[in-house]
Design a protein around this ligand. Structure first.
Ligand SMILES: [Zn+2]
Ligand SMILES: [Zn+2]
Ligand SMILES: [Zn+2]
Length: 350
């Protein structure tokens, strides 16, 4: 009993984005599992609240004063205590466009506003609409907010609590089969284009969808539209993809006799190294520290550069630098094979 009591915080505290994401998490849960109209109703109410708060967070990050509906009443104390009349959804969308903070297509704007108005009608008056229509409108706004959060709130810009909620939002969507189908259709044209250009595709570290992200030129995911600097994407990749891949691989070992993988007994299982910086490397091709370790399907370690998109199959056993197999001799890179030559070159450059 005592431990239950201890888990209840004495102060309820949410940042704007935490609050928005929390409503989105709840909205996804209610809409995806809605077998009765009560759950669907709460799904719509919570998604409506979530949409508004998530979009307002973008305004707040630029300038908190933009959140005030009446400019003459702008007051920092009132802002901090949350005691002010805030802009409505339509005004928020207008300001996002006016200050060049986000570009929502007219279709997306209409979908968000009409969903939000549906929420108001549901809250205040007699409401009648088919379940199918509500669900398809819900899928569309979820898709817009999923892309919006991926584009504007990369994990590197979030607090621990916000990141936890963003991951919960993604986890809820992952189990929502109709949403996945909807999003797959939406991302298909982009993937077709990339395939035609022979782009090499990787698992997205933001939405964890397999083979939807390209790394060369600009890091970009067709599924969630996540886009970030090569450095941030490499870090996120190690944290969200490499470590997880290892967890699933290292619990298995190869049996030479049967030729099959078997699960290791629990006392032999170990936790992979989660020290992210030790798993980021300098790229021998583009000379930036944008190479992340990656676990191949056959459990071997590979390396991906998130700046130039090059993939390296091996690394030097002495200095650990990623390399093409062809440039290694006795598993050593050129600098480690000829240290004198390397230091002479370094002196000449200096
Ligand atoms: Zn993604
Ligand atoms: Zn590179
Ligand atoms: Zn070396």
């Amino acid at each position: 009993m005592q431990s239950e009591k201890q888990n209840i915080p004495r102060v309820l505290e949410y940042s704007l984005l935490e609050n928005g994401l929390d409503f989105m998490v709840s909205g996804v849960r209610e809409v995806s599992g809605a077998h009765d109209q009560r759950r669907l109703k709460y799904g719509v109410l919570h998604l409506g609240a979530g949409i508004e708060l998530v979009l307002k967070e973008k305004l707040r990050r630029f300038d908190w004063k933009l959140l005030f509906r009446y400019p003459k009443r702008i007051d920092q104390q009132k802002y901090l205590s949350g005691d002010f009349v805030s802009v409505g959804l339509e005004e928020c969308i207008e300001k996002l466009s006016k200050y060049d903070l986000a570009h929502l297509s007219q279709r997306s704007q209409d979908a968000l506003v009409s969903f939000y108005n549906r929420r108001n009608r549901m809250q205040h008056s007699n409401f009648r609409e088919s379940k199918k229509k509500i669900e398809s409108a819900g899928l569309e706004v979820l898709s817009i907010i999923f892309r919006f959060t991926s584009q504007h709130f990369p994990p590197s810009s979030l607090s621990k609590e916000e990141l936890f909620l963003l991951n919960s939002f993604h986890a809820g969507l992952k189990n929502f089969r109709r949403f996945i189908r909807h999003q797959k259709n939406a991302s298909a044209p982009q993937l077709v284009q990339w395939h035609a250009k022979h782009e090499r595709l990787f698992n997205c570290p933001n939405c964890s969808r397999p083979e939807t992200m390209k790394a060369a030129g600009r890091v970009e995911c067709a599924f969630c539209t996540y886009s970030d600097t090569a450095e941030n994407a490499a870090q996120l990749y190690v944290a969200n993809v490499t470590v997880r891949q290892e967890c699933s691989h290292i619990y298995h070992d190869f049996d030479d006799v049967t030729g099959e993988y078997y699960e290791l007994p629990s006392d032999l299982k170990y936790t992979p190294a989660t020290d992210i910086s030790s798993r980021l490397h300098w790229c021998p091709h583009c000379k930036r520290k944008t190479v992340a370790e990656h676990v191949n399907k056959d459990c071997t370690l590979g390396f991906i550069c998130f700046n130039c998109g090059k993939v390296f199959e091996a690394c030097c056993i002495k200095c650990g630098a990623p390399q093409d197999l062809a440039s290694l001799t006795r598993e050593l890179c050129v600098s480690c094979r000829h240290p004198d030559k390397a230091s002479r070159t370094a002196r000449t450059i200096a």
